[in-house]
Each structure stands twice: as structure tokens, then as C-alpha cells.
Ligand binder design. Structure first.
Ligand SMILES: Nc1ncnc2c1ncn2[C@@H]1O[C@H](COP(=O)(O)OP(=O)(O)O)[C@@H](O)[C@H]1O
Ligand SMILES: [Mg+2]
Length: 441
């Protein structure tokens, strides 16, 4: 790494870029090298040649950025041995546990290794993009777990939409769920419409109570109104199934901030047919993992750079005020998810009629079953517990186990076949021997 930084001024000079090196900061993923351009040199010239500079240095994925309120620019050079940042230890740090945010999210660490915490309620929605394998689903899981760690099931409910059917299956039957994980796209668009209705019902209540938002409402009432966070993994799948969801998402994104309903929308295709202008305009906070092209980066962040990210959780966060921060996302494993959510298991059923999530009675709370932690475990048959366990382990593990079973079966069948062939051969030998004996007699 030291070498790369040493080579940098010479390589820059080859491109006619001159200046002075500044400080260096080594983070988990990259080393940040500050550089002050000579007077009159243009940053845009550096930006234009960055791919060639990277090639001459012999590495891919160098990013250059302006440092706000400073005369320096920074080159971000990838470390030869990138480290990942596990979620659970990060979420136990004081910055997170002590945070007073309404909906605190532990996003990861910045390029110097400092934890980055944000408030979803301020964002107030989040648009996430990145190619397959860039770390979107891991990111979504870390946001969900962050919220679960800080909020009770009475304060917070999730609506999880997962067209791929693999990412969220372990959240089924959690006290935090407003309804089971949605994998059917027709249900998804109906559910978004129901969230719109819920939002309007909430505003009607606020008006009656003469309060402006969910925070003020909850201060006045003993029965709290829960925040609702709707997470969509792969928005493109819904958009292509049913174009009307665009209107619903737009309406929610525009108006739901004060009602405590927030959206986190992820897509691998940030193209304009998926993220239309009207949706984009209402989702000012955006997180981009590695994308395929500079055009995709422009679509999501209004600037290039996300195409040079390194993958595996490396991301750029664009905030409402326009600041852009590079963040390494926290890594969440399947076991982290299971250990965090297991205490909140309970039965969650599909709401029976459309609009069922809109509270009909007074009290202003969504009517959902409460958690029955652990107690339900006793007195269950072995089969019920086995079925529970099967539900809980998630699709990936299920697939793994099914694979093992098949491999085991194939091995067993091969053994039986060998044994059968062996025994047939030996009985044939016996028969021929006895035939010979008879002849001899
Ligand atoms: N924050 C991270 N730190 C380390 N590795 C990560 C991180 N995020 C993702 N990965 C790696 O990348 C793989 C793909 O991530 P995933 O979230 O499934 O991508 P996507 O949903 O964008 O297709 C993961 O299985 C993991 O190995
Ligand atoms: Mg994914």
C-alpha cells in the first residue's frame, strides 16, 4: 500500500497532474491519500483520467473525491487485504446503543473506520442500488437488525417484500412483522395500497388530536402508534409486474414522513424504467453499492464513482443535503439474524381482508399479535418444533440441507447397488461351482 501511495505522484505527473501529497489514512478497505493540486489545475481533469491512473498503478477501483471545505482532494487506494466489519460488535458500541434517534440505523463504518449511524425517520426513505453480489441484501438485513435492536415489537412493525423468496424468509413469524413476508407480487402492490390507506388514516387521527406527526401523537397517548418500515428487496421485479406501484410508492414517499411510515427500496437495476423521475425525486437519500456503469452511478447518485467501488458492502451514501460519504457496510451473517430475532417468535397470519392493517377501533394502534417469547416452546410436539426450526433457518440453509440429503441418498443407493452386484456375482460363482461338481460326479 505504501508503495502505491509513493508511486502516485509520479503516475499523476505522467498525466500532467501536479501537486503536493498530504496526509494518509488507512481504513479497513482503502487508504485515503490527500493531495493538493497546484494552483489552476482542474479536478475534472483528474476525474477524467482516473481509470488510466488506476491502470498505470496496476490496481482497479481507485476513486478520487473532493474533500468538502478543503483545498485537498483525496485518492482512495484499495488495501491489498480488505477487512470486513461485523454487525453485532458494531451495534454494541455506545454511539449506537446510546443514540436518541427515532429509527436508528447502523450503516457501517466510514473509510477511516469510524462508525456511521443514521436516523431513518429523518432520511425519511432510502433508495438502495447495486449489482448482484454487491451487498444489498446484507445491507438491508443490517438495517432491519439495527431497528430490531433498538425498538420493541410494539414500537415498530415491518412489511418485508422479497420477490426472490430467499432473503427475508427467516423473519416470518416474528413479532415485528405486520404480516408474513410478501413474495407474491400481486399481494405486494395491494399491500402498498394498504399502507397508503394506513397513512391517510393516521393523518386523520393526527388532525383530530391536533398533532403534526407520530412523535407528538405518541407523546399524548398511552397506546403508541408503531412506526412501519417497508423494505423491498428488488424493486424492479415489482415495477415490471405492475406499473401502478410506481404511483403508490411515489405517494408514500411524498407524504408518509410524518406518519411514521418509511420505505427502504433496493434495486439491482437503477435504470430509468425502474427508478422513474417521480420516484427518484421523492427519495432523496440514496445508498449505492457497486454498480455496473458510470451511467448507473449517475442515475442513482447524480455523480459517477459508484462503478469504481470494490463490492462486498463498499458503498456511497448520498444524503438529502447532498453530502456523499463512502461507507463500508456492516456484515450480517445468517447466524447473526437468527440469534437476534429468535426471542421474538410468534404466530403472524396474513390479514384476512384488504385494508386490515388500518386500525378500525380507537387507540390508534395497529392490531397485531404480540410476542409470546419462549413459553410457547414447551408442550410442543417434536414435529412442530422441527417444522419451526425448518422455518427459522432460512432458504439458504434449507437448500444446503436438501443438497446434503440428496448426496447422502445417492451415496446410499450406490452402496446398495454395489452390495447387490457383489452378492449376485458370488451366488453365480457358487452356482457354477456346484454345476461343475455335479458334472465331475
Ligand atoms: N458488508 C459486507 N462485508 C463483507 N462481505 C459482504 C458484505 N456485504 C456483502 N458481502 C459479501 O457479498 C455477498 C453478496 O452479498 P448480497 O448482499 O447477497 O448481494 P446482493 O443482494 O447485492 O446480490 C455476501 O454473501 C457476502 O459474502
Ligand atoms: Mg440480494
Amino acid at each position: 500500500m505504501q508503495e502505491l501511495a509513493e508511486k502516485l505522484p509520479q503516475v499523476l505527473a505522467n498525466f500532467g497532474i501536479f501537486g503536493a501529497m498530504g496526509k494518509q489514512y488507512k481504513g479497513p478497505l482503502i487508504t485515503e491519500v490527500e493531495f493538493e493540486l497546484n494552483k489552476g489545475s482542474k479536478f475534472s481533469a483528474v476525474e477524467k483520467s482516473i481509470k488510466d491512473i488506476a491502470r498505470e498503478l496496476g490496481v482497479s477501483g481507485i476513486r478520487v473525491a473532493e474533500i468538502p471545505n478543503s483545498t485537498y482532494i483525496s485518492f482512495e487506494l484499495p488495501n491489498p487485504e480488505p477487512q470486513s466489519v461485523p454487525f453485532l460488535p458494531l451495534s454494541e458500541q455506545e454511539e449506537f446503543t446510546g443514540s436518541k434517534y427515532a429509527l436508528p440505523i447502523c450503516v457501517g463504518v466510514n473509510m477511516r473506520g469510524v462508525p456511521v449511524m443514521k436516523d431513518l425517520s429523518k432520511m425519511p426513505h432510502l433508495l438502495v442500488a447495486g449489482t448482484t453480489g454487491s451487498g444489498k441484501s446484507v445491507g438491508l438485513n443490517s438495517f432491519i437488525l439495527s431497528l430490531i435492536k433498538k425498538k420493541t415489537p410494539q414500537e415498530l412493525k415491518f412489511v418485508l417484500i422479497d420477490p426472490k423468496r430467499i432473503e427475508f424468509s427467516m423473519y416470518n413469524n416474528q413479532a415485528y412483522m405486520l404480516r408474513p413476508v410478501i413474495t407474491d407480487m400481486s399481494v405486494a402492490s395491494r399491500c402498498l395500497a394498504e399502507l397508503g390507506a394506513e397513512m391517510n388514516a393516521r393523518y386523520a387521527k393526527f388532525e383530530k388530536d391536533m398533532v403534526r406527526n407520530i412523535g407528538e401523537y405518541n407523546e399524548k397517548h398511552d397506546v403508541k402508534m408503531p412506526y412501519i418500515v417497508c423494505v423491498i428487496d428488488e424493486f424492479a421485479d415489482i415495477m415490471l409486474f405492475d406499473k401502478t406501484v410506481e404511483k403508490q410508492v411515489q405517494m408514500l414517499a411524498q407524504k408518509s414522513r410524518a406518519s411514521g411510515i418509511h420505505l427502504i427500496i433496493a434495486t439491482q437495476r437503477p435504470s430509468v424504467d425502474v427508478i422513474t423521475g417521480s420516484v427518484k425525486a421523492n427519495l432523496p437519500t440514496r445508498l449505492s453499492y457497486k454498480v455496473a456503469s458510470a451511467t448507473d452511478s449517475m442515475t442513482i447518485l447524480n455523480t459517477t464513482g459508484a462503478e469504481t467501488l470494490l463490492g462486498r458492502g463498499d458503498s456511497l451514501l448520498l444524503e438529502e443535503n447532498g453530502t456523499l460519504t463512502r461507507i463500508l457496510g456492516a456484515y450480517v451473517s445468517n447466524d447473526d439474524i437468527i440469534s437476534t430475532i429468535t426471542p421474538y417468535r410468534c404466530e403472524i397470519k396474513e390479514p384476512e381482508v384488504s385494508g386490515a392493517i388500518v386500525p378500525s377501533g380507537n387507540g390508534g394502534s395497529v392490531d397485531v399479535p404480540q410476542a409470546e417469547p419462549k413459553a410457547e416452546k414447551q408442550g410442543k410436539s417434536m414435529w412442530a418444533r422441527l417444522a419451526d426450526w425448518w422455518d427459522r433457518i432460512g432458504r439458504r440453509r434449507q437448500n444446503q440441507i436438501i443438497n446434503w440429503i440428496f448426496v447422502g441418498l445417492a451415496w446410499g443407493i450406490a452402496q446398495i447397488k454395489e452390495w447387490w452386484l457383489d452378492s449376485r456375482d458370488s451366488s453365480e460363482v457358487r452356482q457354477s461351482v456346484s454345476r461343475k461338481n455335479k458334472k465331475n460326479k
